[in-house]
Design a protein around this ligand. Structure first.
Ligand code: ATP
Length: 485
């Protein structure tokens, strides 16, 4: 059997549309860029990932509780968090095509081209220059200078006719209330879920009987008016985040940061993501965000290169101190054991649910040649698979259908199942391979005699006869012992 791994994101985009994982938003009107809708299979996959995260973060930790904060928040929140002032990306416009680009990304692409051409000394030199942008003049001027010096052309038009580099705030602004007319009533769609946790830190402390160290977890939508958003659900303008803020005593933060980095990396492996596709990339000290003492990305090897899926950050007491300053409300914690008051430090784990869904699809995708026949298969961890079991009567005969329906009824209490009687058995298997369904059950005439069926396994296509009464146990055991390959 020959196996081909994923070599382009386009294959995932096509499969997603063809099989009903992910569609472009408002497609019948030409689509809305960087916004996507999940179809019947996608919604299940995404929900399974969300549930796995929620279970790992809350159910298996006695000291982590959840919240579900609103998307709209008081405008002062975003002043305190630093987003009004500093949540910007540097952008530059190609005057000929009127297309907008992120200036730093244009330079990154140029560096990659130099490397591809074997000019690694020049690439290293430029990378170093890029890494120190903003330390000499200002970020925008530095980036502009590099683009001019290197004569970087616009990728689409090929023109060298740029505007200045300008900072662009990524928050979506809208107006609040029917009578609002001016900017005084401006309100933002939240660009991250974390602030909903910080502003509820006191409420949770007062009601949930938690003691430091403790965490608050949240899953919810976030909105960013991204300058460049052309990589499917990797970079969207409306997306979902799963964040957890872990509150610790100052001094315990570095240890906690290391522990969470490790714990989170293990979580990816528990989803069956192949180890060779994962790596940790610590942020160099001079590239840390204004609030962070240490930060690292957990990256996945996407067809577009190694990219961040999750960020682990030591945010110190920055956020709580700023909210104390801007709201005038005390954010201190009284530590009974230590008999002292302090503003806790925070270690954050922040992952994008959509990006994680894309990662799962990319990691699972294979094209296989088997005895002259080809198949596309998603080798998803069974716990993530949108449909767990396909149930097929061999032919459309009432007695076979009856047994198939009985099996479906029994299994659907515990698993997502799909009954399918159309097309040849081979075609039905292939359809479920593409959907990532790990188990398919075929009901035939022998089974009517001895109460057995054929169960076929997605990954190695092996088949075995199993008693109808044992199906539940066989599936459960296989799910538990599943390993990625
Ligand atoms: P990037 O550098 O890719 O823009 P970021 O460093 O701005 O990401 P964070 O603010 O740390 O990202 O957000 C945490 C997580 O949220 C990211 O690791 C990513 O998985 C997800 N995320 C951020 N922006 C987007 C987006 N525009 N679309 C989809 N997911 C996103």
């Amino acid at each position: 059997m020959s196996v081909k791994q994923l070599d382009s994101l386009d294959k995932i985009v096509s499969l997603s549309k063809a099989r009903g994982f992910i569609f472009q938003s408002s497609e019948i009107y030409g689509g809305l860029s960087a916004v996507y809708d999940y179809g019947p299979l996608g919604v299940e996959l995404k929900r399974n990932i969300r549930d796995a995260w929620w279970k790992a973060m809350t159910q298996t930790h006695d000291n982590i509780v959840g919240v579900d904060a609103a998307i709209f928040m008081h405008p002062k929140v975003w002043e305190a968090s630093g987003h009004v002032e500093g949540f910007n990306d540097p952008m530059i416009d190609d005057k000929q095509s009127k297309k907008r680009y992120r200036a730093d990304m244009l330079i990154e692409q140029h560096i990659q081209k130099l490397r591809d051409k074997g000019k690694s000394d020049k690439a290293d030199e430029l990378q170093q220059k890029l890494d120190t942008t903003g330390t000499r003049k200002g970020l925008c001027e530095d980036l502009y200078d590099i683009i001019m010096e290197e004569e970087i052309k616009a990728p689409e038009s090929g023109a060298f006719d740029w505007t200045e580099v300008r900072q662009f705030n990524l928050m979506f602004k809208t107006h609040y209330g029917a009578t609002s007319k001016d900017d005084d009533d401006a309100i933002y769609l939240r660009p991250e879920t974390a602030q909903g946790i910080f502003v509820n830190y006191k409420n949770v402390l007062d009601t949930a009987r938690v003691q430091i160290p403790f965490g608050i977890a949240q899953v919810g939508k976030a909105f960013r008016n991204e300058v460049v958003a052309r990589q499917f659900v990797f970079r969207m303008r409306e997306f979902e985040q799963m964040e957890m803020q872990y509150f610790v005593q100052p001094g315990e933060d570095e240890k906690s940061y290391e522990e969470w980095l490790n714990t989170r990396l293990e979580w990816f492996k528990s989803l069956g993501i192949r180890e060779e596709n994962l790596r940790v990339a610590p942020h160099p000290d001079d590239k840390l965000a204004h609030y962070a003492r240490a930060a690292a990305d957990i990256q996945f090897n996407f067809p577009i290169g190694w990219q961040e899926v999750e960020g682990i950050h030591n945010r110190t007491d920055f956020d709580l101190s700023r909210h104390q300053e801007y709201s005038g409300k005390k954010m201190e914690y009284f530590d009974q054991k230590e008999q002292k008051r302090y503003i806790p430090y925070v270690v954050e784990t922040s992952i994008g649910l959509d990006r994680c869904t894309l990662m799962a699809l990319c990691d699972a995708y294979r094209e296989e040649e088997v005895d002259g026949d080809s198949r596309t298969v998603l080798k998803l961890h069974p716990k993530l698979a949108p449909t767990k079991v396909g149930i097929f009567p061999l032919v459309k005969k009432p007695e076979l259908k009856e047994l198939a329906f009985k099996i479906e009824k029994n299994l659907k209490e515990d698993f997502t199942v799909l009954y399918d009687e159309s097309g040849s058995i081979g075609k039905r298997y292939r359809r479920q391979d593409e959907a990532g369904t790990p188990f398919c059950i075929t009901v035939d005439f022998d089974g009517l005699e001895d109460n057995t069926v054929t169960i076929r396994y997605r990954d190695d296509m092996e088949q075995e006869r199993v008693s109808v009464d044992k199906l539940d146990t066989v599936i459960r055991n296989r799910m538990k012992s599943w390993k990625s390959e």
